[in-house]
Every structure is written in structure tokens, then in C-alpha cells.
Design a protein around this ligand. Structure first.
Ligand SMILES: NC(=O)c1ccc[n+]([C@@H]2O[C@H](COP(=O)([O-])OP(=O)(O)OC[C@H]3O[C@@H](n4cnc5c(N)ncnc54)[C@H](O)[C@@H]3O)[C@@H](O)[C@H]2O)c1
Length: 421
């Protein structure tokens, strides 16, 4: 087949680079359509776990799909890159200390896949990226492989696209196939090939655009959420100052037919909403004023929650705080950028006299950043509540929502998610 014939392209082998929360489900979904997928990860432990058919993280319902495609042999994992018709790059995209976009994982992934490129290969950047990253990545690939071209019309062309991911951890099985997707081609042929690849497993609309618009659209979605959450978080602080119940206030305001205020919380966490707005701020610092302020408001919320806890404990000689939940959102095990984890850690470090009990049904043991602190221990819900002077609800896990309210009687309760209000 002519490598430049994008009209009827089939993908015999796809390489998915980075087998984390996003890459591994993507690899498994493509493999479930009968396409040979090789998952590449630098972490040998992840590779072994995948080849044993076991998910290295928690995602409801995904274990069955993974073990099936591994057993059938359509998905294999390894550390060394392979020849493939298409590469999907799903490596981490963190920010640096100054909040600028860090491309080190993307560049490392490019370095490993560049020797395997040939005319007609498709490279998709799926990692959430700052505006212009896909183009920079493509230029880097042809720097590494000057025998290849980025011009659609050349015989030695490779094709590049950005297809950002929108799934919600915890709902990946449903959303991976059913969410509409953005297909941002660096060139028209890049867009068309990427559309064909994603149509193998995605049944929703595939919305074709250019790469930089797709990059910015993904960042915009998460910044929209961040700004709206910041509004709710700021209301919490204002209402506390004015002696108003914020939960009742939001409930009442949301009866307006065109108002839909989100629920406040202890801050904003995770790998996306707490991170992605910074890529816009860093790309346009003078213009992104509201987006920057929203980040500051949300990043300031853990400090405000800590002050509430210390205020509630005033006068106690041996104060016990029981913190319910440390993940960044409900019913998952993901601790990345978690404001709840930060609150617990800072309460412990800055107040060594506190006795802190942590309840977290979704993790087997506390992460070292907490377990290394001598005034913190993990406990079961009832035991922790019984011992508490202050019950600090940080995450709305289902186990806490269904708790009998009577067990909280006589306790000071700080409910940052409003589940018991
Ligand atoms: N987790 C989410 O909910 C979510 C949602 C949408 C988009 N994203 C984006 O998807 C991207 C990946 O996120 P994730 O949550 O899957 O990350 P993750 O940390 O769960 O997984 C990344 C994996 O990449 C591997 N890796 C790192 N460098 C590598 C390299 N050079 N070659 C091969 N493997 C390498 C790591 O070992 C790890 O297993 C990020 O850009 C993130 O912003 C994440």
C-alpha cells in the first residue's frame, strides 16, 4: 500500500507510549478491535503488570478488558520501542517550578521512537500539551530523522496530529468509546489518518481541527472547570466571613434558570484541572488574568481549610483530627496534586502536637509522604470518628456519603464537600 494513501489506511501495528491512566486503556481499547498493539513504558514494573493482565492502578471494570486483550495476544507490553504504523504518545506532561510546560517526557518518547519512523507513519500526541507543542514535537522528529519530511505531498512524509483525551478517571470504560474527540492535524493528511485510527474504537463524533486549536481546546475545557470551581470556592470563604451557609446559598442561587454554580471543595487536584490552566497562563501571561486568579483562589483553599481545623481545635490539649479521604476526587485511588493530601500533610508537619487519623478506603497503605510522619496513622472509618475531636471530611467517597449521621453526634465536623449539610 502507498504510505501516502490516507483514503483507506489500515493499521496493522500501533505502539502506545506510556501505559498510565490514559495510555493503557487507549491501548486496550484499540487492541480489543483486533489491532496488534504494543504498549511501551519505561517502568519495568508497569510492563510486567500489563503482561500479567493486571492493571497497575484502580479503574472500575477495566480489569476484564485488559486481561482479555492480553490473553488474546493483541496487547503486549515492553520497555523497548518497536516498528509500528502509528505511535500514540501518552506520557506525563507536568509543569516546571515556574509553572512553564515541561516537554522532557515527550522529547524522551520522541528520541526512542524516531529511529523506527518511516514514510507514512502517523505520530499522535495524546498528552495534554501547551499550545504549539505538537508542531515542536514534529520538528524535533524530523531533526532526529532528517531523511523524513513534514510536508503531506512528499514521498518521505510522516504525519502528525494532536488528539487530546477527555476521559474521567473512574468512568474510563464508558467514556473512552463514547466521548466526542478532537482530532487536531498538523496537516490535513495527519488529521485524516488520526481520524481513521480513532474511528477504530471511538463511536462518538471525531471533530477535526488543526493541532494548536485542539491543544488549546483541551486546556480551555479544564480552565473553564477551574474558573467555575474557583467561583464556588471563593463563595465558601465569603460566606464564612459573613456567617452564611454556603451550601444553602448555592442551592438557592441554582434555582435561577440560568445559574449553575458548581460545588466547592478543599481545593482542586488531579493531573488535569490543577495543572492545565498553567499552560495557558504560561503561554499568554499578560492576557490570562482570570485563569491565573482562579488558579490562585483554588490553590489557596487548602490553607483556608487548615485554618478552619485549627480554629475548631482551639483549647484542646491532645487534639485528634480524623481526615476522611486523601485522593484528589471521589471513589478513585489517584493522589496526584490532591489538595486533601496536602491539607493532611501540612496539618501534620506544621502542627506536630496533632494526632491525625486518616481514612482512605481506596488505598491499601498511606503514601510515604504521610506514612513517614509520626503523628499520622491510617484507620477504619468508625474507629477514626470515635477518636476524633474534629472530623474533617475532605473527599465525597461513597462510603462517607452513606455514613449514618448519628455516628457524628457530639463531634465537631468540617465538611468541605457539603455531603452532610
Ligand atoms: N489521568 C487523567 O485523568 C488524564 C485525563 C486526560 C488527559 N490526561 C493527560 O494524559 C497524559 C498522560 O497522563 P496519565 O494520567 O496517563 O499519566 P501516568 O503518570 O498515569 O502515566 C504515564 C506513563 O508514562 C510512562 N512514561 C514516562 N516517560 C516515558 C517514556 N519516555 N516512554 C515510555 N513511557 C514513559 C510512565 O512510566 C507512566 O507509566 C498527560 O498529559 C495527562 O495530562 C490525563
Amino acid at each position: 500500500m502507498d504510505p501516502n494513501d490516507t483514503d483507506s489506511r489500515s493499521f496493522n501495528r500501533v505502539s502506545v507510549v506510556g501505559l498510565g491512566y490514559i495510555g493503557l486503556p487507549t491501548a486496550a481499547f484499540i487492541a480489543s478491535k483486533g489491532i496488534a498493539v504494543v504498549g511501551i513504558d519505561v517502568n519495568q514494573g508497569v510492563v510486567e503488570s500489563v503482561n500479567a493482565g493486571q492493571i497497575p492502578f484502580f479503574e472500575p471494570g477495566f480489569d476484564e478488558l485488559l486481561s482479555r486483550v492480553v490473553k488474546e495476544g493483541t496487547l503486549t507490553a515492553q520497555t523497548e520501542q518497536v516498528d509500528a504504523d502509528a505511535y500514540i504518545v501518552c506520557v506525563p506532561t507536568p509543569f516546571r517550578g515556574d509553572h512553564s510546560f515541561d516537554t522532557k517526557y515527550i522529547r524522551a518518547a520522541c528520541g526512542a521512537l524516531a529511529p523506527h519512523l518511516r514514510a507514512g507513519t502517523l505520530v499522535v500526541l495524546e498528552s495534554t500539551s501547551a499550545p504549539g507543542t505538537t508542531e515542536d514535537m514534529a520538528k524535533h522528529l524530523v531533526e532526529l530523522r532528517p531523511d523524513l519530511s513534514l510536508n503531506d505531498e512528499d514521498d518521505n512524509a510522516i504525519f502528525v496530529a494532536h488528539c487530546p483525551e477527555r476521559v474521567l478517571p473512574g468512568k474510563i470504560m464508558e467514556e473512552m468509546e463514547n466521548n466526542d474527540r478532537l482530532i487536531g492535524g498538523l496537516t490535513p493528511k495527519g488529521a485524516e489518518l488520526a481520524r481513521q485510527l480513532y474511528s477504530t474504537f471511538c463511536t462518538a463524533d471525531l471533530l477535526v481541527t488543526d493541532a494548536i486549536t485542539a491543544e488549546m481546546a483541551k486546556l480551555t475545557e479544564n480552565s473553564f472547570r477551574d474558573v467555575n470551581i474557583a467561583f464556588a470556592n471563593e463563595l465558601t470563604v465569603i460566606c464564612d466571613r459573613l456567617g452564611i451557609d454556603v451550601w444553602e446559598l448555592i442551592e438557592l442561587a441554582n434555582h435561577h434558570p440560568r445559574v449553575n454554580i458548581l460545588q466547592p471543595g478543599p481545593g482542586v487536584g488531579g493531573h488535569c484541572i490543577a495543572v492545565d490552566p498553567w499552560f495557558i497562563v504560561s503561554a499568554a501571561p499578560d492576557e490570562a488574568r482570570l485563569i491565573k486568579t482562579a488558579r490562585d483562589v483554588n490553590d489557596g483553599k487548602p490553607e483556608w481549610v487548615m485554618k478552619q481545623v485549627l480554629r475548631a481545635l482551639e483549647g484542646k490539649e491532645k487534639p485528634v483530627v480524623s481526615a476522611l479521604g486523601i485522593t484528589f476526587k471521589n471513589d478513585i485511588d489517584d493522589l496526584r496534586e490532591s489538595p486533601s493530601l496536602e491539607i493532611v500533610k501540612r496539618l501534620s508537619v506544621e502542627n506536630p502536637h496533632l494526632d491525625i487519623r486518616v481514612v482512605e478506603p481506596n488505598v491499601k497503605k498511606l503514601p510515604p509522604v504521610l506514612s513517614n510522619l509520626s503523628n499520622i496513622k491510617k484507620q477504619e472509618t468508625m474507629e477514626a470518628i470515635a477518636a476524633a475531636d474534629v472530623v474533617l471530611l475532605l473527599v465525597n467517597h461513597k462510603e462517607f456519603i452513606t455514613l449514618e449521621h448519628s455516628v457524628l453526634q457530639g463531634k465537631k465536623v468540617i465538611d468541605t464537600k457539603g455531603i452532610w449539610s
